[in-house]
Design a protein around this ligand. Sequence first.
Ligand SMILES: C[S@@+](CC[C@H](N)C(=O)[O-])C[C@H]1O[C@@H](n2cnc3c(N)ncnc32)[C@H](O)[C@@H]1O
Length: 506
Amino acid sequence: MNYSHIKPIERPIRADRQGARRHYGVHPYFTRRPYNVVRDYITTYSKEGDRVLDPFGGSGVTAIEAFLENRVGIHNDINPLANFIANGIANLSFGDLSDYEATLISIAEACKQKINSVAKASSHELDQLKQAIKLPENVRLPKNADVDRYHELFSEKQLLSLAILKEAIDRLENRSARGGLLLAWSATLAKLNKTFLSAEGRAESRGGSSIFSIYRYKIAKDPVELPVWETFHERATNVLKAKMEIDQAIQLKKQTGGWMGQFESHAEDVEDLSFRFAGSIDYIFTDPPYGGHISYLDLSTLWNSWLELPVNNDTRQKELIVGGELNLTEELYVNKLFKSVHACLRMLKKDRWLSIVFQHWNPAYFEAILSSATESGAELKAAVSQVGDPIWSMHKKKNHSVLAGEMILTFQHTGTANKRRRRGKFDVCEAINAILENTHSNHVFGEYLFNKVIIEAWKKSAIPSLNMSREEFIDIIKHAGWHYDEENHYWAKDKPQIEMLFSHAS
Ligand SMILES: C[S@@+](CC[C@H](N)C(=O)[O-])C[C@H]1O[C@@H](n2cnc3c(N)ncnc32)[C@H](O)[C@@H]1O
């Protein structure tokens, strides 16, 4: 494969969020990337046997897809929960499905009745049980949580039932099956606590924790207590289906040309990792945190605490976010974002490719990514807006500070470093009008427009001069004759006056 002859992906890829059992329904995590998009990027920019890294790996989509595509999938994340999920899914490739099934039956025999009796127990009986079972440490929660301490996130019955299940799983002898069921137990935690909000108009069990929707520990007004055993069993069944899917994918590779996928996982800050992997990586696909709206480590306390995965202050200090418990500044974030991109290029072999997924309203964040890549010897080859994903429209309704639809910036490591002068002039109004005039469609996503403007400004070395407010951006689009379609969350071209007359008459 000649890496310089690769034709970059220039068009958005329709996201399939639910098509892979190994990612959907096993364990929730924040901003999980659609597996099919990640997979297409991996197969375009690398070949079999290549070392594919995601240094901000999250739930492991990149490394798992690389592994299943016969690459060496290298996962890294600073958050122990992310590594627990990624390793947990990848390790489903070990062991026999029949052992997992038998183990689930043995857990049912050991726990189902006990858990159901907790549901009916008197407060005296609950007190007695509490003395006899190991509960998680009652750690302090982040300042913006509705309650102070960990145990207050659960009803007494939830806490005890989850402890019964965990104790039984920890005692299992079959290592692979134990890992799979612990993954299911951990996923169950997300539903069996007081931050769980039922989705309006759907079955009670459909919904999610406030941790994933408003990114804080908000206690539900009327907490729903889902049945513990059934909730766990549903998750465990999903884990078994994921295992079956992974086994089949590997089997297929074995039958058609051979299987050589590998998976490895690391738990380091991206800059520290870059010294270990200097000049040894063939492709990087990554999705760093987008500024301040998700404090991963704070929000993962629910899991890290009970799974006894420690997070110290040094780790917190290195998290690439704005805010959080340590009140990390925006200046620190931009600086670290710059250094993280530099770290990626330190790891990447020459001629190889780097894709960074990003979205934010602040152009300075893009400037940090683009200037760091350019100064570290990479050339921007493609900028694709993945707009129109339905999941984003949902987030948009709930959280107006989040932009819907991210940009995938793809660079090639040419080795020629360029220092950009930041003095270019740029007229935002002129740029938006030019983009709209050249748009063939009669609707356009705001994020697509914004991303285009960023890239145009970048080409003119003028991102720092892009100091428009969101209101100004909106005004320019309206003046150009477009209106916002609330239902579809895009901008639509106003109908010419004469057409309006006809449409009113009909
Ligand atoms: C946007 S998420 C990645 C989600 C991932 N694309 C997926 O599909 O699941 C960003 C990740 O970066 C991790 N992170 C934050 N600061 C980090 C650092 N300094 N080094 C490594 N990982 C970090 C967070 O824990 C989080 O899991």
